[in-house]
Design a protein around this ligand. Structure first.
Ligand SMILES: [Zn+2]
Ligand SMILES: [Zn+2]
Length: 176
């Protein structure tokens, strides 16, 4: 008697076929690294707290941000609501602009501060913007600190000349 005439067998065949497909689809999903999204989706907001790394990785992305109103601890309603919470949605355009500017300035300050701190420990950071050859009027790029900031043409210059150029360079304003 052929198998498919038996309803139960037929059913279990269908089920197992679908289960196999489901398993394949899930393995595919895992391989594509959407497992985390799936978990978030299935688990809902109460299940797993997102790792902070994720939140920081997408500062302008889909993560919710706080309201930009000063001292407001509410969650904003996102970019489409100018990063305002429901309480501050009705704020005047002028206020919102001011808050935005303050927020941007804060971020810039924070960014600059961390850059300065990071750069302080790296000897290469300061010299990078001053990579011109030390020799006066020479527009070549120097070969770096290990070559006393001289280009290939001026590498053979006398120690006295180099000292003089160095002093002159130091007297000059930064960034030239
Ligand atoms: Zn608010
Ligand atoms: Zn040179």
């Amino acid at each position: 008697m052929p198998k498919h005439n038996n309803t139960e067998d037929r059913l279990s065949e269908i089920v197992s076929e679908h289960v196999n497909r489901l398993v394949a689809a899930i393995s595919e999903a895992v391989r594509e690294d959407i497992a985390g999204q799936l978990r978030d989706f299935l688990g809902g907001p109460t299940s797993v707290s997102r790792p902070g790394r994720l939140a920081r990785a997408t500062p302008n992305g889909r993560n919710t941000r706080g309201c930009i109103a000063p001292g407001c601890m509410n969650q904003s309603k996102g970019p489409r609501f100018r990063y305002l919470c429901t309480d501050h949605l009705g704020a005047s355009r002028k206020d919102v602009e001011a808050w935005r500017a303050a927020k941007a300035a804060d971020r810039a300050r924070a960014g600059r501060a961390s850059r300065v701190v990071a750069g302080a420990n790296r000897p290469g950071a300061k010299s990078r913007r001053n990579m011109d050859c030390m020799a006066p009027a020479c527009t070549n790029v120097s070969k770096g600190p290990r070559f006393r900031y001289l280009c290939a043409d001026h590498l053979g210059a006398s120690k006295r000349d180099i000292e003089a150029w160095r002093t002159a360079k130091r007297a000059m304003p930064r960034g030239n």
